[in-house]
Design a binder for this molecule. Sequence first.
Ligand SMILES: NC(=O)c1ccc[n+]([C@@H]2O[C@H](COP(=O)([O-])OP(=O)(O)OC[C@H]3O[C@@H](n4cnc5c(N)ncnc54)[C@H](O)[C@@H]3O)[C@@H](O)[C@H]2O)c1
Length: 331
Amino acid sequence: MKTLVTGVAGFIGSHVANHLLKNGHEVVGLDNLSGGFVRNVPTGVQFVRGSICDQGLVEALFEENRIEAVLHLAAYAAEGLSHFIKRYNYETNLGGSVNLLTAAVNHDVKIFTFTSSIAVYGAGQVPMTEDMRPEPEDPYGISKFAFEMELEATRRIFGLPYVIFRPHNVYGEGQNIADRYRNVVGIFMRQALEGKPMSVFGDGRQTRAFSHIDDVAPIIARSIDLPDCWNQIFNVGADQPHEVLEIAEQVSKALGIEKKIQHLEPRQEVIHTYADHSKVRRYFGEPMGVTLEDGIRRMAEWVKQRGIPAATPAPPVEIPRNLPPSWTRPE
Ligand SMILES: NC(=O)c1ccc[n+]([C@@H]2O[C@H](COP(=O)([O-])OP(=O)(O)OC[C@H]3O[C@@H](n4cnc5c(N)ncnc54)[C@H](O)[C@@H]3O)[C@@H](O)[C@H]2O)c1
């Protein structure tokens, strides 16, 4: 199929594009490079630099290419920051997504795969299962859930099938480690390499099921070839929760740098969270099951080769009130 991958210069999008090419598909890739890098884009992808928020560009892209499948991964995914950049969050994560969906309907796309997030569940019970009623608590999660509902409405009215994935805490080779607002594994790696202490919010005993990219990207890519999984929602990622303190331990071990930690004031966040993956296993089989130690070692090797990229400028804060104090100070 001729596919469109948005966010193709980003972390997960570039891996998904790679798997699509391996699976024999053509890939047109769209990214505005606000958080991604051209060097991430796999050879063989027809790369277009531009924004999903640019309705004219999106329309022209569908007009000029006979796109059959959309895999939509472009987003600004800083969940904690999203309270303070509401407009930017909704314009990108919801408005841009609707541009793609509109063009997909008008150009008879066969399947629309969307990378949502575990953030849609909010602070509810664990383990999170797909049949729970989502109660997102921040603008990032709200925009993801709104677009999930939009996909279902579009299926009902226009018959466009979808697949929704809800990944969580994905890390690995290709990830941007230069954004101070997101992805704890990458932040710790950058801080350690710069000789700084790793900044831990609160006591560091909060747990997350950190998921290596190889347990996530191949599944997202295969979704367009498996009509049985269409019009379904899937959690995707690792089962085993780990403490943030353990991440600091593994990062220093993998980089061969002595562990230094700075505890910051706790922020408002869920303490323990993990998702149930029995459904995704039923449809897609067993994932590779990369262990935390192996995954962090692989990412550290990649980071050592690539070095630290220049800091990605984050969108300007729209509401400065109640920003976590550590975010108001230079690092
Ligand atoms: N990494 C995770 O742990 C995780 C967890 C759950 C969901 N997700 C979702 O997976 C997707 C990919 O996340 P990622 O971790 O690869 O992030 P990423 O930042 O590495 O990739 C996102 C890409 O989207 C691009 N982008 C942003 N705004 C754009 C716009 N307006 N137009 C075009 N391109 C734009 C960025 O330049 C970047 O290359 C996102 O939708 C994210 O919400 C990620």
